[in-house]
Design a protein around this ligand. Sequence first.
Ligand SMILES: NC(=O)c1ccc[n+]([C@@H]2O[C@H](COP(=O)([O-])OP(=O)(O)OC[C@H]3O[C@@H](n4cnc5c(N)ncnc54)[C@H](O)[C@@H]3O)[C@@H](O)[C@H]2O)c1
Ligand SMILES: N[C@@H](CCO)C(=O)O
Ligand code: NA
Length: 435
Amino acid sequence: MSERREAPVRVALLGCGTVGSEVTRRLLDDADELAARIGAPVELAGIAVRRPDKHPDLPQHLLTADAGELVESDVDVVIELIGGIDPVRGWLLTALRKGKSVVTGNKALLAEHGAELAAAASESGADLYYEAAVAGAIPLLRPLRESLAGDRITRVMGIVNGTTNFILSAMDATGASYAETLDEATRLGYAEADPSADVDGYDAASKAAILASLAFHTRVTASDVHREGIRGISASDIVAAKRLNRTVKLLAICERVVAEDGTESVSARVHPVMIPRSHQLAGVGGAFNAVYVEAEAAGQLMFYGQGAGGAPTASAVLGDFVAAARNRVAGGRGPRESAHAALPVRPMGQTPTRYHISLDVADKPGVLAQIAQVFAVHGVSIAAVRQRDKHSTASLVVVTHLAPDAALQATVSEISKLDVVREVVSVMRVEGEDS
Ligand SMILES: NC(=O)c1ccc[n+]([C@@H]2O[C@H](COP(=O)([O-])OP(=O)(O)OC[C@H]3O[C@@H](n4cnc5c(N)ncnc54)[C@H](O)[C@@H]3O)[C@@H](O)[C@H]2O)c1
Ligand SMILES: N[C@@H](CCO)C(=O)O
Ligand code: NA
């Protein structure tokens, strides 16, 4: 009796940079082990690179400068590790429409065109997997899409950008300024020459859009996400946080918000936050990522690990590849994502937040009453006030209860114009209860 031989799963790789080169190495070196897990041989059919002559270390017969042609060739799975929206979007749509499964780490593309790509995958019966796009190696999207598919997720909150976490952790540890710390992060290779995607929060906002879409079964795009980066974080913000036994993190926060009349909406935002030093996310240092998920039945879950880097990110890509290849061998496709809830996205101004406000004020009678009056006028309830005397001024710290973000912004703006306020030292949103 002859042994049954499966047809090989043919894979095309687009891009061979930091992540792509690790994926190539694993596809070539671990082909037998991957084949055993998949149940069919794996054949790397081609690698699209910008300049084939710049890759003397790779098997030359596999290289091509024409990614479009490789996508159209006889392959089952396309792994895309080039990044950016165009021309990648067109190639991946072509692949999916022709029934080829796609594995990608491209958060920018998914956050803008996820719906279009998912629809193309659905129509042709192909898989679209992108575990590497959010929190690198950390298994997070598959748990949201599959393990928690029977639960109701209420909140996803986390550190999803390693570069900014490295900078904020270093500012907290050394007391140095943002500019000095960014220079150090660039010198050590953590921050890119143009750090905008990371420090201005674009990378985290794309990831927040992907997380909110999966968690709440609703299409959320990067432009729906309120975004503030870390350029404005000063050494005095860090000092103000330390005085409250807190630290500053750039968080992506995605919430299901239920209004008083029971209507539901989704809030997705990325901004710096003061969190208690006892919070699980406060202990996440350096370039690590961590995401905290709350679901009605499961309760609190925490996902932690390496959010970037060639080998860790390749782990997520290879995991997706094995899943897509197994589906090919079994003759089906994996679970698809759903956007059935179609919840509206709540504007930031209407999102309930809490603020920490640190002021230097004149030290004379009636000042506190004058400031408290501004909070009252805007319907913002104060949770705690702490005063410390300096020479002719007093340092005043106010922490609020939850209020619509727009009311808090208006309060801060009005307070900063009061004659008795000498300086607004630090204003930041807070999350988490003090223990
Ligand atoms: N590096 C990480 O840690 C990390 C983590 C998570 C996700 N990602 C995502 O993975 C993707 C790849 O990231 P990377 O860090 O490997 O980037 P990279 O810049 O190191 O590699 C991209 C490669 O694509 C090549 N390329 C550009 N245009 C091309 C074209 N037309 N045809 C063929 N090749 C082309 C570039 O020359 C480069 O070698 C991005 O979407 C990124 O957001 C990266
Ligand atoms: N620039 C990203 C890489 C991973 O997406 C970061 O700093 O986390
Ligand atoms: Na991941």
